[in-house]
Design a protein around this ligand. Structure first.
Ligand code: CXF
Ligand code: ZN
Length: 366
């Protein structure tokens, strides 16, 4: 079928919105009409070739839409279902069967192959050339996408679908890390480094769980103001305050979440931990090595990475939708909408920091 998609063609280049061809669903696939798709930094990391996937490629991995059709072997889904698309997993390897699908052994094959897992192409450009597809099992910078039952999450129909796509990646990464891994309580102090979509969702989840102290750290004042409104009890503006000193003055923290991937901030996050404290790494940047002081680590401190909030996506996404409707996870405060043909403006606004979570829309703008 003929669809419209934003194609990433050149490293560091702009997206081109093109008419492309999508093949019919296989018996085990779902055809989804996208309503809206969030833009995540991982999409931009591929354009910048920090994650070097071959181009041209149709990216997009925070899709929300309505099921249009299902393949003959698909059960549990039907036309009209509201769905959020997330990362794809096999469901059969040890991490999947042990309820940690974010560490699926087939993650690269199912999410980054640039084609279906069997190598077949699903997208061709107007000249008939193959485009990279099946990105995170969806390639949802497009009016329609093919997905699998395992990465298609049915959600309640009374929630505003155009807001929900980012729950498939960025927002579940931050919130899932707090809910599933760190589990802060009233006695816990938690510091969140970076108040983008991942950091803000960590702050909101920490507030929802009743964390005693929530410290948000950034260099953009407007973001810190928003972080306070969303639940931060303390903020540190690194453009004006000495980070290490201010954290020390607070007495250190039990938990730290780094969303920046910046080595100096990671070192500060680890340096701020109390004995037996945990620092979780969620972000990556161009600089991939960090220097750490070993001795304090020996006193029970933990540094670990977390992917996709270590979540069961069906459970977490539905929980966060419920929380949104209850006013406990106000994701509308982070989001700004752009029609598909303004995707390059959305990217520029994300890069400049103007917009925390840009969301592409494919029909009428909400
Ligand atoms: C990704 C980040 C790179 C590793 C896999 C998960 N998260 C989403 O953007
Ligand atoms: Zn992402």
């Amino acid at each position: 079928m003929k669809i419209k998609a934003a194609v990433a063609r050149q490293p560091h280049g702009a997206f081109t919105v093109e008419d492309v061809d999508l093949v019919a669903p296989n018996p085990d696939e779902i055809l989804v009409r996208l309503v809206a798709t969030g833009i995540c930094h991982t999409d931009l990391a591929i354009i910048e070739q920090i994650m070097p996937l071959p181009l041209p490629h149709v990216l997009g991995h925070e899709g929300a839409g309505i099921v249009e059709a299902v393949g003959a072997h698909v059960i549990g889904f039907g036309p009209g279902d509201h769905v959020v698309l997330t990362f794809n997993t096999c469901g059969e390897c040890a991490p999947c069967t042990e309820h940690h699908p974010a560490y699926c052994q087939n993650y690269p094959l199912l999410n980054f192959r640039g084609a279906r897992p069997d190598g077949s192409a699903t997208l061709h450009d107007a000249g008939g050339k193959v485009l990279g597809s099946t990105f995170f099992g969806q390639s949802s910078f497009a009016t329609y996408a093919l997905s699998s039952p395992r990465n298609t999450i049915k959600v309640r129909q009374d929630a505003p679908l155009e807001l929900l796509g980012p729950l498939g990646c960025g927002l579940s990464t931050g919130a899932g890390t707090v809910i599933n891994v760190l589990k802060p309580g009233p006695q816990t102090s938690i510091a969140v480094f970076g108040t983008g979509a991942v950091g803000m969702s960590a702050v909101m989840a920490a507030k929802a769980l009743g964390a005693g102290r929530i410290v948000a750290i950034d260099r953009v004042e407007s973001r810190l103001t928003l972080a306070r409104e969303l639940g931060a009890t303390d903020t540190i503006d690194t453009s004006r305050e000495d980070l290490a000193q201010t954290l020390q003055a607070l007495g250190g923290v039990d938990q730290a979440v780094d969303t920046s991937g910046v080595p100096a901030l990671i070192a500060a996050a680890v340096g701020a931990l109390k004995e037996r404290g945990t620092c979780v790494l969620l972000g990556a940047s161009k600089q991939q090595e960090v220097t750490l002081n070993i001795l304090p680590l020996i006193s029970g401190r933990v540094i670990r990475g977390v992917v996709n909030g270590d979540c069961d996506p069906a459970l977490l996404i539905r929980q966060l939708v419920d929380w949104y409707l209850e006013g406990r996870f106000p994701i509308d405060r982070l989001s700004a909408f752009y029609p598909l043909d303004r995707i390059n403006e959305a990217v520029a606004d994300s890069n400049s920091g103007k917009t925390i979570k840009p969301i592409l829309t494919f029909g009428e703008q909400p």
